[in-house]
Design a protein around this ligand. Sequence first.
Ligand code: PMP
Length: 422
Amino acid sequence: MKSIPKKTKKSAAASGAGAAQRSVLRDVSRHLMNTYKRSDMVFTHGRGCYVFDQSGKKYLDFLGGIAVNALGYSYPDLVRTIRREAGRAVHVSNRSHMDRVFFTNSGSEAIEGALKLARIAARQKSGGTGKTRVLALENSFHGRTFGALSITHTLKYREPFEPLVPGVEFVRFNDVADLEAKFNGNVCAIVIEPVQGEGGIFPVSDTFWKCARELATQHGAALIADEIQCGLGRTGRAFAYQRLTGLPDIVVVAKPLAGGLPLGAFLAREEFAAAFSPGLHGSTFGGGPLVCAAGLTFLDTVERKHLLANVRARGAELRAGLKKLAAKFDFIREVRGEGLMLGVGLDVEGAPYVTEALQQGLLINCTHEHTLRLLPPFILTAQQVKEGLSKLDSVFAKTERPAKTQAVPPTTAPALALAAAR
Ligand code: PMP
């Protein structure tokens, strides 16, 4: 039999992959709820810091499923743990000795639990006298469920679902005077992302955090740190709040906790944790053995492989490289963030750069229209930092510059507040 010429074989394979991709996309548009803007890319597998699409094209992943894949793809220890646990028991009845942590299936569910804990603790402290107000920050993001959405500031997420949970008020980002004006004895919780993620990588100032800590103590309210995106090593510290003066009362984590499997948690100081008693809160799937074993492997790997030190070292290299790019390209306004949680603030819209990066085999995203967000895995190597920076350089050079928008970029308000707080 005549063998198929090489070229034809290749194009046959490519068109096969193309047909399979089209069929997947057709199914997606038909059967999944229309909640995400989807690209026509279908990723099939990944290894380390790289991910591959159906045609075999390789991408350096500087986004990690938005801060989820901290150990990259197919991390061998994690794969071993999941295989082992899957063969044991993927679900057992809930255990009862979690006096400091409650496991959930997502970040939003953990936020809901944290809010409930703050409410019940305040109710017990005050004898049920209406200590129910919750303060959150402008430009915040805490999730999509009703409670979490109620403390999320961005109007486009909130408005279509109103009325939301009552009793929430937003404080201007890093504005101590506004915080002092809005805090009183009826506040049961203030919720803060130590580094705002979806909002565009904005670190809360120490002055603001310290003031929130003092007011929460003074009024017997809970200071809740939403560390879902910035926590568990992302900034080069176990928790991003460790940069700040004073501890939170409740900490919420999720995203990388089980290396990509759905696991979140809220942890509380005893004074608050003690407010829960059986029946007040629960979750059928939260804290199952398979995901928790994966969680242990993640935490153990971060420690054994000294990944916090790697996050700090690679983060410093990446930041320095981005600063150089900022000096080269005048539409880059600033570089923000810490460790491997970095934002590149632009004067122009960021979306075209994300598209060009994809073309060049680099995954990044754009948040709040003008911020390119980089959240690479913790296992990133120095070589991959160089590779990513060189791709970004060429992305910035090749992309036709988007028109400057008339509107003031949403990053400006917190940036100014941040500058004022310094
Ligand atoms: N809080 C923060 C800071 C987040 O970044 C996110 C997710 N982007 C959430 C809460 C919600 O987490 P999940 O999507 O797991 O519900």
